[in-house]
Design a binder for this molecule. Sequence first.
Ligand SMILES: *[C@@H]1O[C@H](CO)[C@@H](O)[C@H](O)[C@H]1NC(C)=O
Length: 269
Amino acid sequence: MEVPLSLLWLLVAPGVLWTGGDTFETHIIGGHEAAPYSRPYMVSLRKAGSHLCGGVLVHPQWVLTAAHCVAQRTQQLRLVLGLHTLRDPGLTFRARAAILHPEYKPAPHLENDLALLQLDGKVRRSRTIQALALPRGRQAVAVGARCSVAGWGLTQQGGKLARALRELDVRVLDTRMCNNSRFWHGGIAPGMVCLAAEAKNQAPCKGDSGGPLVCDKGHLAGVLSFSSTSCTDIFKPPVATAVAPYVSWIKKTIRRWPARLAPEALGSP
Ligand SMILES: *[C@@H]1O[C@H](CO)[C@@H](O)[C@H](O)[C@H]1NC(C)=O
């Protein structure tokens, strides 16, 4: 089934970036500023100096993000860790390898939207940089679960990126409802999680892709994948890729991929 082509909050066009002091008091679109370094696994994925997407440190040398964030040309990608605001110096890495899920389907299907990026170095755990654990079971996230998302994405439709990391509380929607003709109309594949904020006009937006969905503190439940172009359309709720069904792929990839490789290797092991 085709998804109506209305997704992708992926690439933040260069120039939309963090131009000057942000005066909006709106957020991720809704939500609030995260306590500094309360999510030390957050990664800012950048191209040519511009924030593109979020990512999650899941291992001292590996970042999980959305595949659509890294679909081409990884040699210009930079991964910045240890940030609260996008202007903090942080710790910058290159991607030594970018491994898209072997069954990744680009838009308009956008299925299995996950990629692993290998850092060109290992991080040492610190107050500002720590990996987030993968989910324990293979169980997808329960309907109605209270979760949160985080990112530096646009704080208003057509607005600017967030200055500092923002977070938003969301609830997991019933997948069958989310997949029906009033909502995503058949565009929800197994393994996708539909989300809704508590109030209208709150949602993740462009630049939040690849960021985390966290439902029980201390474990990664999902990776933000797509929403409508207007971000806050309640009939096109934001969708994350559940991580639990992919844990064995993630672990196998990390275990098998050589610690040293020619840079820019792209493929699946
Ligand atoms: C959503 O609907 C489509 C089309 O009917 C179907 O192929 C797909 O499996 C459904 N998704 C889920 C999670 O059931």
